[in-house]
Design a protein around this ligand. Structure first.
Ligand SMILES: [Zn+2]
Ligand SMILES: [Zn+2]
Length: 186
């Protein structure tokens, strides 16, 4: 078994275990994603409106949270955010995220242990992510995605429409290496 808390644990607690001296919530690691911000939240709200979703405080809070985070987070992390937990239970958060995924506002990524991570989708932008199997933090690779061309191949050769992919990278982050975290050999 890999060393990692149960899938239901909020990512915030995983991130808090990070030993790099960041504020503890992992924001320091997410600089890349945070910098990419700009109208993303507005675009998401607008997409919900276009999809005919009635405006609700819970959904707005979830979108704002995902926007602030900028990188994929677990259902547990979303549900545990104080501004969200005050208004709805995890089942409601799940239903809202499901709906947002359905209309393409949120992207669901299976990175690890079959725990889905959620991130705001941005039209015309695509990121692949790397997950630290030591502390659970997730960050965008910031690299050009090699699978985009393959998506087109799949579409052309096999005749599929709306082709997408998930490409996940796993490893031990520099902070975990510094702490001497070891993982069982593969
Ligand atoms: Zn780590
Ligand atoms: Zn990709």
């Amino acid at each position: 078994m890999k060393k990692r808390p149960a899938p239901s644990s909020p990512a915030s607690s995983l991130l808090a275990a990070c030993g790099c001296g960041c504020s503890g919530d992992g924001e320091a690691h997410l600089g890349l994603a945070v910098k990419a911000k700009g109208g993303r939240l507005e675009a998401a709200v607008e997409a919900c409106r276009r999809a005919g979703l009635r405006k609700t405080a819970a959904r707005e809070a979830i979108l704002a949270f995902l926007d602030r985070r900028g990188a994929p987070v677990t259902l547990g992390a979303v549900s545990a955010a104080p501004e969200i937990t005050a208004g709805c239970d995890p089942a409601t958060v799940f239903r809202i995220l499901q709906k947002l995924e359905e209309i393409g506002v949120v992207r669901r990524i299976w990175l690890h242990d079959r725990t889905p991570y959620y991130v705001l989708a941005e039209a015309g932008r695509h990121s692949d992510y790397v997950l630290c199997v030591g502390c659970g933090k997730v960050e965008p690779t910031g690299l050009d995605c090699p699978a985009r061309a393959m998506e087109e191949e799949v579409a052309t050769r096999l005749g599929y429409a709306s082709v997408r992919h998930e490409l996940g990278f796993y490893g031990l982050c520099p902070e975990c290496q510094g702490k001497g975290t070891r993982l069982p050999a593969r």
